[in-house]
Write a protein of this length. Structure first.
Length: 302
């Protein structure tokens, strides 16, 4: 199958993870257990997921002109992602998520940093690139007005548009009308449909675009007659990044002509494999790994 171009427009972060056996009180210093820096950001995660499967992926985003920015840009390049439009900015630091892990739970502080320099003006400069894309994949960790501008341009040039509405926020009817597929989880779907003054007809039109990820319960396709795509039973190590893996794999499948139900089934398999390893990007599978996983279950990729 011919590789088609996927453009991911979104966030690029460094996740700073500290594990501790003692959660410090205000003003207290304790000894931690482990420390990791892990490439993250929903945009970068989804770009890596698609690239691992063999997609021709271009990333649009911003990092700081700092050590994290250089490291993350090189990391994306090493994954085979076109990073010529990942722009270092000097005014601010690279986006970070500082994560403290304690007793199996975590607390997170996100500093968007350079991600908020992905502006509508920046996107307008890249219209030619977006126009040549078969699929445009977006999330909501960059400014909403930037997402709106990107959708406007992608829709004008007839690209397939996938929006992963996370973190969820109020979205306009005009924006949602131009999107082909919306991929909320169950909580995001509820917020999406109850946070606006929709008419019944408008709500029905939005529902038709929803592919709802439900973790171990699989995926619901709400377009036409509702269909349930079951998940795969695997040994779970880390669920971080499962949704991003699903979105990247969905973009890959749609770019090469899969029917929607088949694409969701394949993306479910990729997401299942991703949770068997540590880290959002660390567990994202290659195409060969997904094919072998399906073959072990008596299935064959079409």
């Amino acid at each position: 199958m011919t590789k088609k171009n996927i453009t991911v427009i979104g966030s690029i972060n460094m996740d700073i993870v500290t594990s501790t056996n003692i959660l410090p009180k205000m003003g207290e210093t304790v000894l931690g257990k482990a420390f990791h820096t892990i490439p993250g950001g929903k945009g970068a995660n989804q770009a890596v997921a698609a690239a691992r499967l063999g997609a021709d992926v271009s990333m649009i985003g911003c990092v700081g002109n700092d050590t994290f920015g250089k490291e993350l840009k090189q990391h994306l390049n090493n994954q085979g992602i076109d990073v010529q439009n990942v722009e270092p900015v000097t005014e601010t630091s690279t986006g970070t998520a500082t994560i403290t892990v304690f007793d199996g739970d975590n607390s997170i502080i996100v500093v968007p940093g350079a991600n908020y320099h992905v502006t509508p003006v920046y996107i307008e400069r890249l219209e030619k690139m977006i126009a040549e894309s078969d699929v445009v994949l977006l999330q909501l960790e960059i400014p909403l007005e930037t997402v709106e501008k990107a959708v406007e341009i992608a829709s004008k040039h007839h690209a397939t548009i996938i929006l992963n509405p996370a973190p969820i926020q109020l979205l306009s009817k005009e924006l949602l009308s131009k999107i082909d597929y919306i991929t909320p989880n169950e909580h995001e779907q509820e917020m999406l449909l109850t946070s606006s003054d929709w008419t019944d007809e408008e709500r029905k039109e939005i529902i038709k675009k929803c592919i709802v990820t439900k973790g171990a319960k699989g995926v619901s396709i709400l377009k036409g007659n509702e269909r349930q795509i079951p998940s795969f039973n695997v040994d779970v190590v880390d669920t971080t990044g499962a949704g991003d893996t699903f979105n990247g794999a969905l973009a890959y499948c749609l770019s090469i002509g899969y029917e929607l139900e088949e694409a969701c089934h394949f993306a479910n398999a990729a997401a299942a494999l991703s949770v068997t390893k540590f880290g959002a990007q660390g567990g994202m599978p290659t195409l060969q790994e997904v094919e072998e996983f399906l073959q072990q279950r008596g299935e064959k990729r079409k």
